[in-house]
Design a protein around this ligand. Sequence first.
Ligand code: ADP
Ligand code: MG
Length: 249
Amino acid sequence: MSEIEVMDTSAIGGCDPEAAICARGIVRDFQAGQSTIRVLHGIDTDIRSGEMTYVVGESGSGKTTLISIMCGILWPTEGAVRVFGTDIYSLSDTELVNFRLNNIGFIFQQYNLIPSIDAAANAAVPLIAKGVPVGEAREKAIELLEALNIGDQANKLPRQLSGGQQQRVAIARALVHEPRLVVCDEPTAALDARSGRRVMDLLREVAVAPDRACIIVTHDNRIFDLADRILVLEDGRVTHDGTEMPDDH
Ligand SMILES: Nc1ncnc2c1ncn2[C@@H]1O[C@H](COP(=O)(O)OP(=O)(O)O)[C@@H](O)[C@H]1O
Ligand SMILES: [Mg+2]
């Protein structure tokens, strides 16, 4: 959390009280040497509960930046984000960490597994961080690994697992504490079609409910049919918001 940016949180308005996420005026700049690059150009969007929302767009269009801002891990340069009614960038650092722990699960493109502990322990991390006894946390983690078809890998270290297996451990870790918001960056990229479907089925089962929401960043056209809603991002702007992919993609 080293990003310290000047930002204006007064811009939040017109949020649907039912929305899982209400993002208003999201701008994000990155410094590249002497120049500033604007990666997101004032995004306004609501993510609804009870839906699986896809964020689709070419590499470099700002997808990872946007979802990182939506789930409280990257500060916007301007704008505000309300998650389940809380303006997350108005919280103190500690409050934000706790908010994430209690409400949000994310799956990064890099799985960020801890190399020195086994798959079950990695998947159990959010529960242990919340103070659940280790044995109980491990049991719950193993249940999820089983649902993802890698129960037999529970005692292996990350380096002993294939890329697809590591990805499923990261998915188990994102779901284990049953967060209300699940955010996944390319969750099926390293998986064959069948494992990809299984992951998507599990995500829907766990992460989509009247009071829950799920955001998926994906290029994977094998799973486009599973979205309730698709946002297309082009050069840091939302250019399509609908229930299906636009015709020209
Ligand atoms: N930490 C960073 N510093 C500088 N530029 C960045 C940083 N993160 C992302 N960018 C740039 O922002 C743009 C959008 O990146 P990203 O959100 O990762 O896109 P996507 O996930 O759609 O591929 C890219 O041009 C990328 O190079
Ligand atoms: Mg990305």
